[in-house]
Design a protein around this ligand. Structure first.
Ligand SMILES: [Zn+2]
Length: 633
């Protein structure tokens, strides 16, 4: 079994067994392969490694192998190999190690430099030998081609099965799998009745929040399936929440339909954190596989479709999504509740331009609590934040900020140099310790043991510093590129003009704001009559402001004093319409910068207790004072 390629220098280093399966399903179902992979440990021992220096890396269990970016195990392996600590890497089929070719070549490269062998169940390869290297490269290429066909086959297979309604996936709560593979209703009466209750309740209230509130009031919990590894799929009961009820109402399975492909995935847009592709939910009409009357239903298909429409409508006013929208509330999507910390929604209570939208904290309310946490008009907050924003990005401030950034960058560069030197020194010391250890007479056990201990210590120090170095590199990644910097300087010069330009849309203003502001927290309940505003800038600093809260009925915008005094003068003698015309002719405008109407004038007259002359019957249609007066409230 032993190979001529293995030398004692290899055996002195660690043997790494790299175990990998693609997904948790494979991990659970493919026990045999897992066992074979763990058997490689025995093979390492047969090849001449002491059992104590065989290490198994299986951190990548349950992660997909297409790219190494999200696999910590693979990275650890590559790092250890790079440090020259590994004598041999064992894996099931050598080509399984990294299916993506670039990862694979990189590893062969690193193994070549550090003199590490690669082995599978049948052979040992030395990447320093041209023939072996060629063989490994070809294996990698073949594996990639195999992956491609495999993936296509799997994909096609899935869809074929799904079109026939045979593709299995975890059943939603309320259904169980029959012996023949069909879906039958959950035998537990309580589960069935609770689900039916939810549908009845939505039929009755038509609003999810009311359903949740009703359930909570009656102390009714909702059945759900556990998602933990140990008890996967088993039934449990949970406190009802908005999202659980929404999920139930959105699930076509309860209408007896077998559906596949509700979401569309965009593999080119992946989350940098989890590596998951971004998903888009398709409309009911666009579902690629839809088999109605596939299994017994809780509600009819028509009702399901109607519910979807209802949910969509109820949700229509919600602007609480990630992207900036058309609406006028400047902080939509980035405003958080200072009381409970949750994201606030924007509510447009009136379609009238003159009424500004409000910021409302509704999560508690949606989940059945008596009232919403807090609610406030957006205008004074928006004004204050916009002002703070324009001040912060004025050319002077930007120059100071970029200078500070330059300094930080310089510091980072010198810190990096220091770290590099430290690491280099540690590596040198480790090599030295190794040499001392190598040169000692092995029969002198006491000395050998002490030298080995020292060598180990040095190696640990190298690993530690290496880790710190990598961490620091990651931390330093926020640096601005030259283009970004130029763009910022240019923008700061033009910003005030862009901001106030009439052609600039609300959406564009929001985008500008988001360039500098991470989030805004508002607290309107700690100080009476005040709203505490905290702006969290992208740079990590925080600005605190206090905004005076507009009392009920009080107007944040005032009609100019001149206009008011003229109204006072003219009021006893002239009609509202005449006064409005006179004011407009004099070039005066309302608080919103618009032409005065008889409604405006009437509102001010009544507010100030002035008895305007009764309007003439001929102009009655336009001048009814009762109709106006709310324009500026
Ligand atoms: Zn709140």
């Amino acid at each position: 079994m032993t190979s001529t390629k293995i030398h004692s220098t290899h055996c002195e280093r660690t043997a790494f067994v790299y175990v990998r399966q693609s997904t948790w399903l494979q991990v659970l179902e493919n026990r045999e392969s897992t066992e074979r992979q763990y058997n490689l440990r025995e093979r390492a021992i047969e090849l001449g490694w002491p059992a104590s220096s065989v290490e198994v890396i299986d951190e990548d269990q349950g992660r997909s192998g297409s790219t190494a970016t999200f696999r910590t195990g693979f990275q650890r392996l590559a790092a250890e190999v790079g440090l020259g600590k590994v004598g041999i890497v064992l894996m099931l089929e050598a080509s399984r190690l990294a299916r993506n070719n670039s990862d694979w070549y990189r590893l062969i490269e690193i193994c070549g430099i550090s003199g590490t062998l690669i082995a599978d169940e049948t052979a040992v390869y030395n990447p320093r030998e041209p023939n072996d290297r060629l063989l490994l490269g070809v294996k990698g290429t073949l594996s990639e081609a195999e992956l491609f066909t495999l993936r296509t086959r799997l994909y096609e297979g899935r869809w074929n099965k799904a079109r026939k309604g045979l593709l299995r996936f975890p059943l939603p709560v309320g259904y169980v799998l029959a012996a023949d593979g069909g879906w039958v209703l959950e035998p537990d009466t309580q589960v069935r009745e609770r689900l039916s209750y939810v549908f009845d309740s939505f039929r009755h209230f038509g609003v999810v929040r009311a359903v949740v509130r009703d359930l909570r009031r009656q102390g009714l919990e909702l059945p759900t399936r556990r998602t933990t590894k140990e008890a996967y799929g088993s039934l449990t009961w949970k406190e009802p929440t908005l999202s659980t009820v929404v999920r139930i109402l959105h699930n076509p399975a309860y209408a007896g339909a077998y559906v596949y492909g509700r979401s569309e995935y965009f593999s080119e847009r992946r989350s940098p954190k989890t590596g998951k592709a971004s998903a888009h939910v398709r409309n009911v009409a666009q579902w690629p596989v839809r088999i109605t009357e596939h299994h017994p239903a809780y509600i009819g298909w028509e009702e399901f479709v109607k519910n979807q429409e209802q949910l969509r409508q109820n949700w229509g006013h919600d602007e609480n999504r990630g992207v900036p929208r058309e609406g006028r509330a400047l902080l939509q999507g980035i405003v958080y509740c200072g009381v409970c910390g949750r994201k606030m929604s924007v509510q447009n209570r009136s379609v009238k331009e003159s009424r500004s939208p409000s910021y409302v904290c509704v999560h508690g309310y949606q989940n059945g609590e008596e009232r919403s946490c807090q609610c406030m008009t957006s205008r004074p907050i928006d004004t204050a934040v916009a002002e703070a924003f324009l001040t912060a990005v004025s050319p002077v401030n930007v120059r100071v900020a970029t200078q500070v950034m330059d300094q930080i960058e310089q510091e980072l560069v010198s810190q990096r140099r220091q770290r590099e030197l430290q690491l280099e020194q540690a590596r040198y010391e480790a090599r030295l310790a190794q040499r001392q250890y190598d040169s000692v007479d092995p029969s002198n056990r006491l000395v050998a043991a002490e030298l080995e201990r020292r060598w180990n210590e040095k190696l640990e120090r190298v690993t530690e510093l290496g880790r710190a170095f990598a961490q620091a590199e990651r931390d330093a990644e926020w640096k601005l590129t030259a283009e970004e910097r130029a763009a910022i300087t240019g923008l700061s010069r033009d910003l005030p003009a862009i901001w106030s330009a009439e052609t600039t849309t609300h959406q564009e203003r929001k985008q500008l704001l988001r360039m500098a502001i991470e989030s805004v927290q508002v607290d309107g309940s700690s100080q009476a009559g005040q709203i505490e505003v905290q702006i969290r800038w992208r740079s990590g600093t925080i600005t605190s402001l206090s905004v005076t809260r507009t009392a009920r009925g009080e107007c944040p915008l005032k009609t100019s004093e001149e206009a008011v005094s003229r109204i006072h003068k003219m009021a006893p003698r002239r009609t509202y319409a005449e006064i409005a015309t006179a004011l407009n002719r004099a070039g005066l405008r309302s608080a919103f910068g618009r032409l005065f109407t008889s409604q405006h004038v009437g509102y001010i007259c009544r507010r100030d207790g002035l008895a305007g002359r009764k309007p003439r019957p001929s102009s009655k249609l336009h001048d009814t004072p009762e109709a106006g007066g709310t324009a500026e409230s």
